[in-house]
Design a protein around this ligand. Structure first.
Ligand SMILES: Cc1cc2nc3c(=O)[nH]c(=O)nc-3n(C[C@H](O)[C@H](O)[C@H](O)COP(=O)(O)OP(=O)(O)OC[C@H]3O[C@@H](n4cnc5c(N)ncnc54)[C@H](O)[C@@H]3O)c2cc1C
Length: 478
């Protein structure tokens, strides 16, 4: 294990695709990308983005109306973005219940939370039905406290679940119960979301791609969309071609932050994962054999899970903030973020000091001001979007795909009436204020989390800056 202050012995991120996607592509025999779009084509629904949001939307459209002509345009390959790089934590919004109640009232909040949990089931059902082995394991999502400052972080959500009659969806665990699931010396009490699951994220993304191709969805990879205009139909321009569609879905995730319409509603920052060599014996000693994904309760969260061959994939939300929606190397090649993630692993699992880290990768997270995704329609109902998952998009993108397909279909599906559709969270300030503010606040949050990891108290300036977002009315920060 590396010296946390240095990066020399750690893998260099961004030099190749992350392990999840390399493994998934290898299983497929490393196929070439689907053909780039050249020339003009027509379709019923064009989708920009071949991540989960775009592909679940395509999947749901073909479920409802198999003859719909759907075209997916992806600048990289399907699953090349965060959908093929994430931690694979897959869970509903029971931890967000207090916020949902504030926004929509108790009944609708419950409806949304149930729908978010059903999305997890639907991912499992999809895998089963289509023979996609994406390592779907449903053994609950465990959130723990790893310092005195993190204790009780979930109390409001636990109380909200109890008050609304769903106490079994978000269950507090004693320190001893936590230790039985994973014996880190840092873990204190915890809370379990029994409906939570984990997946191998790239296998899921690539499995979706396979099913879409089998259904006749047209996929153009290495095809970047430059813009679109709505004149009668929607006209989408790519580097070398054009698509004329009745409807358009914008499923670009963090890249949407660079588009003028969304620029002030999304902020971006990086999250990074380090992957150990296989250590099945140590996992057994830790008692961590149930496959449950675990996160601590830092703001710049540590999240960690195991793999089938007995590795730990350990992530940390410690990457830099982006400027003006540009998605550049800060999100894939940040060696400091990798060192911080490795330090987090060593902090929570000091007994793994000697374990080798074999891979490291990162990606952008699209943050909305209330940390819930934004879904809606524009341009007279011809253009639809979903983004802003704020680091929790595996389950929610399944739901978003269903909602967008239901809206496009115009039928009776109640998913289209969920109040998350069309809700608009607060704007962020314009650049450069946003970048300067985000950078400063991010640095303060990392320092505060690090001080609290050592059960110390951060300095007054750090505490004050970390509190700024809340004081300004945003729903994050401390
Ligand atoms: C390191 C990391 C760990 C994470 N861990 C978790 C986790 O454990 N659990 C969880 O729930 N969430 C996690 N997330 C978040 C999760 O990965 C995302 O919320 C989710 O993948 C969003 O899916 P998407 O399809 O909207 O976005 P993406 O997967 O980003 O797909 C968007 C696609 O659009 C394409 N695109 C963008 N612009 C254009 C354009 N102009 N033309 C053509 N194509 C374009 C991109 O190339 C990309 O492939 C994590 C994210 C990261 C980066």
């Amino acid at each position: 294990m590396p010296d946390p202050s240095g990066t020399a012995s750690l893998p260099i991120p961004g030099e190749r695709r992350g392990w999840w996607l390399r493994e998934a592509l290898r299983d497929e025999g490393d196929p070439p990308p689907a053909p780039r779009l050249t020339g003009s084509i027509e379709c019923d629904v064009a989708i920009i983005g071949g991540g989960y949001t775009g592909m679940w939307t395509a999947y749901e459209i073909t479920e409802r109306a198999p003859d719909t002509r759907v075209v997916v345009l992806e600048q990289d390959i399907c699953g090349g973005g965060p959908s093929g790089r994430n931690g694979g934590f897959t869970h509903g919004w029971w931890d967000q219940l207090p916020l949902l109640v504030d926004l929509y009232g108790a009944d609708r909040a419950l409806e949304i939370a149930h729908a978010s949990e059903a999305a997890v089931d639907q991912i499992g059902e999809f895998c089963e039905r289509h023979g996609v082995d994406a390592w779907f394991i449903r053994n609950g999502y465990l959130q723990v406290s790893a310092s005195a400052a993190q204790d009780d972080d979930w109390q409001r959500a636990v109380a909200a679940c109890r008050d609304l009659g769903v106490a079994d969806r978000y269950v507090p665990l004693t320190a001893a119960e936590v230790q039985r699931r994973c014996a880190s010396p840092r873990f204190r009490e915890g809370v379990l979301m029994p409906g939570g699951a984990s997946v191998q994220p790239a296998l899921l993304a690539r499995g979706l791609r396979r099913v879409l191709l089998e259904r006749g969805v047209v996929i153009h990879e290495e095809t970047r969309v430059k813009g679109f205009r709505v004149r009668g139909a929607v006209h989408v321009r790519t580097d070398d071609g054009e698509v004329r569609a009745d409807q358009l879905v914008l499923a670009m995730n963090a890249w949407a932050a660079g588009w003028p319409r969304f620029r002030t509603r999304l902020m971006t920052w990086g999250s990074y994962i380090v992957l150990t060599e296989p250590i099945p014996d140590q996992l057994r000693e830790l008692g961590w054999t149930g496959g449950e994904p675990i996160a601590d309760s830092r703001f710049t969260v540590h999240y960690f899970r195991t793999t089938r061959d007995g590795r730990i994939a350990f992530g940390a939300g410690v990457g830099a903030a982006g400027y003006g929606g540009a998605i550049g190397r800060a999100f894939t090649a940040d060696r400091r973020a990798v060192a911080l993630a490795a330090a987090g692993l060593e902090h929570l699992f000091p007994m793994l000091h000697e374990v080798r880290i074999e891979d490291a990768w990162g990606g952008p997270i699209d943050i909305s001001s209330d940390r819930l995704p934004a879904l809606g329609s524009l341009d007279g109902g011809r253009v639809h979007y979903a983004h802003g998952y704020s680091g929790n998009g595996v389950g929610p993108s399944r739901l978003a795909g269903r909602v967008l397909a239901a809206v496009i279909d115009g039928g009776e599906d109640r998913a289209a009436t969920l109040p998350i559709f069309g809700a608009r969270a607060r704007r962020f300030p314009p650049e450069p204020i946003r970048y300067i503010g985000a950078r400063m606040i991010r640095e303060a949050l990392i320092r505060k989390d690090e001080a609290e990891d050592r059960n110390g108290r951060p300095g007054l300036i750090v505490r004050s800056i970390a509190r700024l977002p809340r004081l300004l009315g945003y729903r994050f920060g401390h």
